[in-house]
Design a protein around this ligand. Structure first.
Ligand SMILES: Cc1ncc(COP(=O)(O)O)c(C=O)c1O
Ligand SMILES: N[C@@H](CCSC[C@H](N)C(=O)O)C(=O)O
Length: 441
C-alpha cells in the first residue's frame, strides 16, 4: 500500500468509473492510506485555537470527520505481512490520527493514547525496576497515590512523598537512585503549585537518566506545556478537559525523546491498553472545542472563586492573587483552569452545601461542560486512608468545585442558596459572610 497515495490507478479500471472516482482504484490496489498521516507536526504552526480544529488526513473519500476504523484486524498484502496496520492492539488508523493530532497540540514529538489516565500512569510506571526510587508530591490525585502505594508495597519501588511546592524538600530526597520524579500541578485537590522547571533541572542533575513526568490533567495543553519546561514525559487524563463531555475514559502520554516513546509504546502493545477506535474518534471530536470550553469554564471559575473569597471563605484557586503561588503559576501557565476548592470549617456543613446544590452535580471528575461539586476526602481521594490524609494536612471539610460552561450568574445563585441553606454563612445587614470558623487564617 502506498503511503503517499501517488501511484497510478490500476490500468484495469474502466474510463467511466475512473471519471466518477478519479482517485480510487476500483480493483482495490494502491488506495491511499486512510486517514493517516493526519495532522503533520512539521508544517506551519497556527495559533492553538486553529491547531485544535485543523486536521489533515489522506482519507480516500476526503471525509470531513475522520473515519472510525472499527476493526480488530487488518488484511495483509503478503504472507510476510507488509501492511501498515495488522491488529488494533498494536495500532489503528483512527488512533494514529488522534495521536498525531495530540502530539502537535502538546508540542511533542510523539503522543500515545490509552484507555484511561490511570492506564497512562501504569504505562509510565512499567519503566520502573525494583529498587528504583520515585520522588512525588504529598498532595496527589487519590488514584495516583493508590497506584504508587501498590508499587511500593508489591513492586519493590521506593516512593518518597514530599511537599513538592518546596524545592528544598525535593532536593533533600533526590539521588542517583531517583529514576522518576512525578509532579502534579496544580495538585488535586489542594491546588498547590509545583515549579516544574526547577525540579526537572535538579532531578536531571541528581540523575541524568531520571524521567521527570508531569500530570497535566488540571491544565490541559491549552494552558501548560510541561515538555517545554524540562519534563521528559507529560500525561493527562483525557477523560477530563481534552474530551470535555464525560462520555469517555482516556489517557494521553507525550514525549520529545522518541526512544522514551518506544519504551512507552511497548507496554501499550504488550498489555492492550491502547484507546479503542470509537473512543479515539470521540476524543478527537472533543479536543476540537477545548479552547471555547476552557475559556468559558475558566472565566466562570474566576467569578466563583472571587464570589466565595469576597464572602470570607478560604479559597484555593491560582487565578486569585491571594494564592501563595500566584506568580509561580502564572510564570508557567497561560490560565488558572477551572477547578477550585474551599473550606467551610465543618465537615457537616460542607456535606449540607454539597447536598443542597442543584445545578452543581455531586460527582467525581472535572473538566466537563457541566459543573460538579464534591468532597474529595469522601469521594475522589477516599482511597487515601484517613491517617495519611491527616498526616498530609488534608482538610476533611474541603469542597471541590469543577466549573462548567453554564451561565456564571446561575452557578453563583445556586451556590449562594446552598451556602445559606446549609448554615455555612451568617446573614448580616450588608449581605452575608462565612461563619468565623471558615475564614482565611
Ligand atoms: C490529576 C488526575 N490525574 C489522573 C487521573 C486519572 O484519570 P482517569 O480517571 O482517566 O483514569 C485523575 C482522575 O481520575 C486525576 O484527577
Ligand atoms: N472511584 C474512583 C474515583 C475516581 S476520582 C476521578 C477524578 N480523578 C477526580 O479527581 O475526581 C476511583 O477509585 O478511582
Amino acid at each position: 500500500m502506498s503511503a503517499s497515495g501517488s501511484e497510478a490507478p490500476n490500468a484495469g479500471a474502466s474510463s467511466s468509473s475512473k471519471k466518477q472516482f478519479p482517485n480510487i482504484d476500483l480493483e482495490g490496489h494502491n488506495l491511499p492510506p486512510s486517514p493517516a498521516p493526519s495532522s503533520p507536526h512539521a508544517g506551519r504552526r497556527y495559533n492553538i485555537a486553529t491547531e485544535l480544529v485543523f486536521t489533515e488526513s489522506n482519507d480516500q473519500y476526503n471525509a470531513s470527520s475522520v473515519p472510525i476504523y472499527q476493526s480488530a484486524t487488518f488484511k495483509q498484502t503478503s504472507g510476510g505481512g507488509g501492511g501498515e496496520y495488522d491488529y488494533t492492539r498494536s495500532g489503528n488508523p483512527t488512533r494514529t490520527h488522534l495521536e498525531r493530532h495530540l502530539a502537535k497540540i502538546m508540542s511533542a514529538q510523539r503522543a500515545l493514547v490509552v484507555s484511561s489516565g490511570m492506564a497512562a500512569l501504569d504505562v509510565i510506571t512499567r519503566l520502573l525496576r525494583p529498587g528504583d526510587e520515585v520522588v512525588t508530591g504529598d498532595d496527589l490525585y487519590g488514584g495516583t497515590n493508590r497506584l504508587l502505594k501498590y508499587l511500593s508495597t508489591n513492586g519493590g519501588i521506593i516512593v518518597h512523598h514530599v511537599d513538592t511546592t518546596d524545592v528544598s524538600k525535593v532536593t533533600e530526597v533526590l539521588s542517583s537512585k531517583t529514576t522518576m520524579v512525578l509532579i502534579e500541578t496544580p495538585t488535586n485537590p489542594l491546588i498547590k503549585i509545583v515549579d516544574i522547571g526547577t525540579i526537572a533541572a535538579a532531578a536531571h542533575e541528581a540523575n541524568p537518566a531520571c524521567l521527570v513526568s508531569v500530570d497535566n490533567t488540571m491544565m490541559s495543553p491549552l494552558l501548560l506545556n510541561p515538555l517545554d519546561l524540562g519534563a521528559d514525559i507529560v500525561y493527562e487524563s483525557g477523560t477530563k478537559y481534552l474530551s470535555g463531555h464525560h462520555d469517555l475514559m482516556a489517557g494521553v502520554l507525550a514525549v520529545n525523546d522518541l526512544a522514551v516513546g518506544e519504551r512507552l509504546y511497548f507496554p501499550i502493545n504488550a498489555s492492550g491498553c491502547g484507546l479503542s477506535p470509537f473512543d479515539s474518534w470521540l476524543l478527537l471530536r472533543g479536543v476540537k472545542t477545548l479552547k471555547v470550553r476552557m475559556d468559558q469554564q475558566q472565566s466562570n471559575a474566576q467569578r466563583i472563586a472571587e464570589f466565595l473569597e469576597s464572602h470570607g471563605f478560604k479559597v484555593r484557586y491560582p487565578g486569585l492573587r491571594s494564592h501563595p503561588q500566584y506568580e509561580l503559576h502564572n510564570s508557567m501557565a497561560r490560565g488558572a483552569g477551572a477547578v477550585l476548592s474551599f473550606e467551610t470549617g465543618d465537615v457537616n456543613v460542607s456535606e449540607r452545601i454539597v447536598e443542597s446544590a442543584k445545578i452543581w452535580a455531586i460527582s467525581v471528575s472535572f473538566g466537563c461542560v457541566n459543573s460538579l461539586i464534591s468532597m474529595p476526602c469522601r469521594m475522589s481521594h477516599a482511597s487515601i486512608d484517613a491517617k495519611t490524609r491527616a498526616e498530609r494536612q488534608f482538610p476533611e471539610d474541603l469542597i471541590r468545585l469543577c466549573v462548567g460552561i453554564e451561565d456564571a450568574d446561575d452557578l453563583i445563585e445556586d451556590l449562594q442558596r446552598a451556602l445559606v441553606q446549609s448554615g455555612a454563612v451568617k446573614v448580616t445587614l450588608d449581605g452575608f459572610e462565612a461563619n468565623s470558623t471558615a475564614t482565611t487564617a
